[in-house]
Design a protein around this ligand. Structure first.
Ligand SMILES: NC(=O)C1=CN([C@@H]2O[C@H](COP(=O)(O)OP(=O)(O)OC[C@H]3O[C@@H](n4cnc5c(N)ncnc54)[C@H](O)[C@@H]3O)[C@@H](O)[C@H]2O)C=CC1
Length: 399
């Protein structure tokens, strides 16, 4: 690699806490210097800003692992075909990114850092451009998909069945990005909730989130017969194809979608011992129980444990209940572990299962959003103002 990953990482740590301002500055810079580009972006940029920084964080995390970096960049480059990103757009984005990094690094910005970022961005952009160019021109930039069925599974959750207009090759455990003309230019990721099917249809589980532009449209407005747009499949949290180890999956809320796909795939591969912890906010929030029961009845190798606190219990209670249930499992050595659910779940559960003997190299989950990495305090007063767990108190022992 022409640049030093350590220089990039150290410089990224300086701006990480200012992610919001940095990305705001980035887009302002990009739109000011490139009139017309703004049309490619959604009207409400707030969530888009978060996504840019999340992608940047994923890149920085992979800098030391050229193979994983290459895979990530190739998928990102192919995915950007759906935005009609062209090679000539990349220098403009690079210039605005470096301007933003420089602005928020203050005095710590040096010519050495600028050189490292410029070189890193050149490598990143070229890898994305090459990956996009390697896709045959006639290959779809996105797929049109008709909503075949829409089932309201809980007051704020719908299960959608989609029929893509062309074959949609994917591996169980992957996710896709989805867009609707009801919210132009807004693309959101959803795990595919099934293994590949003979009829080519796809299942998605969508929960309406507060202020969620697309999820609100999908849960409240979208009807069977309507057409949506889906981007190419993404994600690496798939089954290890060569593994004969037992599987341990932990799913929170609609994270069940990914687990369900993995279980269907295990079943079609002949099955192997699998234990699933399925956590919800309360009993009524276990939105897909008929499918869970059907899987358990059909497959003797499958064991599912449901974790749901009493109605309207505080969120912390749901988390505690899940972690307690996992603790009862005891030794977790030798499992393939799959985690899916809200952003905090994977780090918390991975930490606990590792203590219980799980091998960190066998734990898989989708990337955790960058917002979780922003907890690093800027100053000592920040540190005192932040609410945090006190690590030296074991709450369960106190109770
Ligand atoms: N592939 C994936 O990882 C997928 C992730 N998701 C994400 O899953 C989330 C689903 O949200 P909701 O359904 O609202 O779930 P939720 O926020 O209601 O959580 C469901 C349950 O998960 C457990 N949980 C939550 N936070 C935890 C933590 N920090 N540590 C340990 N356990 C925790 C609790 O038992 C909770 O009751 C969304 O953020 C969505 O983006 C959804 C689909 C697939």
């Amino acid at each position: 690699m022409p640049f030093d990953p350590a220089v990039i990482r150290a410089s990224f740590a300086v701006v990480e806490r200012r992610a919001d301002q940095l990305t705001r500055y980035f887009y302002a810079h990009l739109f000011t210097h490139n009139p017309g580009v703004q049309e490619l972006f959604p009207a409400r940029l707030a969530e888009q800003r978060d996504r840019l920084f999340a992608a940047l964080t994923q890149l920085v995390l992979r800098l030391d692992d050229p193979e994983r970096l290459a895979g990530y960049l190739a998928a990102l480059g192919r995915d950007h075909r759906k935005f009609r990103a062209a090679p000539e757009h990349y220098p403009a984005v690079g210039a605005s990114l470096i301007a933003a990094l420089r602005h928020f690094s203050g005095h710590s910005w040096t010519t050495e850092i600028e050189k490292a970022w410029t070189e890193a961005y050149t490598v990143i952009a070229q890898a994305m451009i090459d990956a996009a160019a390697a896709v045959p021109e006639e290959a779809p930039r996105w797929w049109e998909a008709e909503v075949l069925r829409r089932r309201r599974a809980a007051p704020d959750v719908v299960v959608l069945t989609l029929a893509p207009d062309r074959p949609y090759p994917f591996t169980a455990g992957q996710y896709l990005t989805l867009s609707s003309d009801r919210r132009p230019q807004v693309w959101r990721p959803y795990s595919i909730a099934c293994a590949p099917r003979v009829d080519g249809s796809l299942e998605l589980h969508v929960r309406r989130v507060p202020d969620g532009q697309l999820s609100t449209a999908l849960v409240n407005e979208v009807m069977p017969g309507e057409r949506l747009r889906i981007g190419p499949p993404l994600g690496e949290a798939v089954l290890d194809p060569g593994s004969a180890r037992p599987l341990l999956a932990v799913a929170g809320g609609t994270g069940w979608a990914q687990t369900k796909a993995l279980l269907e795939q295990l079943a079609s591969d002949g099955g192997r011992p699998a234990t699933v912890f399925l956590a919800a906010r309360d009993d009524a929030d276990q939105y897909d129980l008929p499918a869970v029961h059907a899987l358990v009845e059909r497959h003797a190798w499958l064991h599912v444990l449901l974790a749901a606190p009493a109605d309207r219990a505080p969120r912390e209670e749901g988390i505690a209940l899940l972690l307690e249930g996992l603790r009862d499992l005891g030794d977790c050595a030798g499992y393939d572990v799959h985690l899916s659910g809200p952003p905090g779940l994977a780090p918390a559960v991975a930490r606990q299962l590792t203590v219980q003997g799980a091998d960190p190299a066998l734990i898989r989950h989708d990337p955790v959003p960058a917002t979780l990495n922003r907890a690093r305090p800027l100053t000592s007063s920040d540190w005192f103002l932040d609410r945090r767990d006190v690590p030296w108190i074991n709450r369960t022992e106190l109770g």
